[in-house]
Ligand binder design. Structure first.
Ligand code: ADP
Ligand code: MG
Length: 322
């Protein structure tokens, strides 16, 4: 199968590549053309996944496509943007019809869930790697950035932490778990759900935001540095899922939550006056700490005492310094 036939059959023909809002011209020309409503800005982000570095060689193509797209769309969620489309640069060792079909279905599934269209890409031969670039729109000046956290703000997250990191040991076959536990954690790993609606709801309310990809402590460090403040994380308030607790116990679950990465849950800072309205509207947010004057990230125990993260063994998961 030639390159053009492959593109036509598996990608141009995919449901997610069909015409849709905001896409004036999709796959097939030298560029795609996007329509941006007046008064909106284009939000763009790109992520690459490389076989054996970011996913095992045996990864299921349906799940791999879902994960690659979900991880990229999570960056749009973190900015409060609404997805328009995405491009896919795919490097493949060979053109295997079953693999390509399952991969295209995985893309379709996540694209449909999030309202994003496949608008173009590139197809080359070589060791398996995927680069997804996402395009979204956001009202001018309203994107949620990492700057802007203020002393006195609350530090919040959009859901349970650590599940993706906990699942990694199952993905790599290093650990076994009862079916129910494994299923819940693997779903969080292979099918991250970008918190797009939450991100959009936080526009004009949160003072800073990002999606947690490298672990809570490391990512909070990015907000602290960009905003010029200190972030205090209360260890006892970390939201941990039943599945993660069942797999690793409290100490292990907490380490995954603090330093594991792969959460794709939003972390954001919020003036206290905004909390009640968002909670009343049913948004799944959890307060896990606060912002103070200063710099860096501090972990607090139940009495408010400061814990040194390294003493908690957090480097066990790869030395994400903060
Ligand atoms: P060019 O050589 O002009 O860059 P290509 O031959 O690379 O064009 O691609 C032809 C068309 O197919 C373009 O519109 C491109 O965006 C699209 N395309 C190529 N590979 C993919 C892919 N993996 N997924 C989606 N669209 C693709
Ligand atoms: Mg090309």
């Amino acid at each position: 199968m030639g390159e053009f036939e492959l593109i036509r059959h598996y990608f141009a023909a995919a449901s997610c590549a069909q015409a849709g809002e905001g896409v004036a011209l999709g796959i097939g020309d030298d560029c795609a053309l996007l329509d941006l409503p007046a008064g909106e800005q284009l939000a763009v982000s790109t992520d690459t996944l490389v076989e054996a570095v970011h996913f095992p060689a045996s990864a299921d193509p349906f799940l791999l496509a879902q994960r690659a797209l979900g991880v990229s769309l999570s960056d749009l969620a973190a900015m409060g943007a609404t997805p328009i489309g995405f491009t896919l640069a795919l490097t493949l060792p060979r053109a295997e019809p079953d693999w390509l079909q399952a991969f295209a279905h995985g893309l379709d599934r996540m694209a449909q869930q999030c309202g994003a269209r496949l608008i173009g890409g590139d197809t080359t031969r070589g060791p398996l790697s995927l680069t997804v670039t996402v395009f979204g729109r956001v009202p001018a000046g309203q994107a949620l950035t990492r700057r802007g956290a203020q002393a006195g703000d609350l530090l919040c997250v959009g859901g349970c932490l650590g599940d993706g990191a906990g699942a990694l040991s199952l993905v790599l076959g290093q650990r076994q778990a009862p079916a129910q536990v494994a299923e819940a954690l693997l779903a969080r790993y292979w099918s991250p759900q970008p918190q797009l609606a939450l991100g959009q709801a936080l526009r004009g309310k949160a003072t800073a935001a990002l999606d947690i990809s490298d672990g809570l402590l490391a990512d909070c460090g990015h907000i602290a540095a960009a905003s010029g403040v200190a972030l205090l994380v209360e260890q006892a308030r970390l939201p941990l899922s039943q599945a993660l607790l069942a797999l690793l116990g409290e100490e292990g679950a907490r380490q995954c939550a603090l330093s594991g990465g792969d959460d794709y849950v939003l972390a954001f800072t919020l003036p206290p006056a905004q909390l009640h309205g968002l909670q009343a509207a049913g948004w799944p947010l959890q307060v896990i700490g606060r912002v103070e004057a200063g710099e860096g990230v501090q972990l607090l125990d139940e009495q408010g005492g400061r814990i040194t993260p390294s003493a908690q063994g957090y480097q066990h998961f790869g030395g994400n310094g903060v």
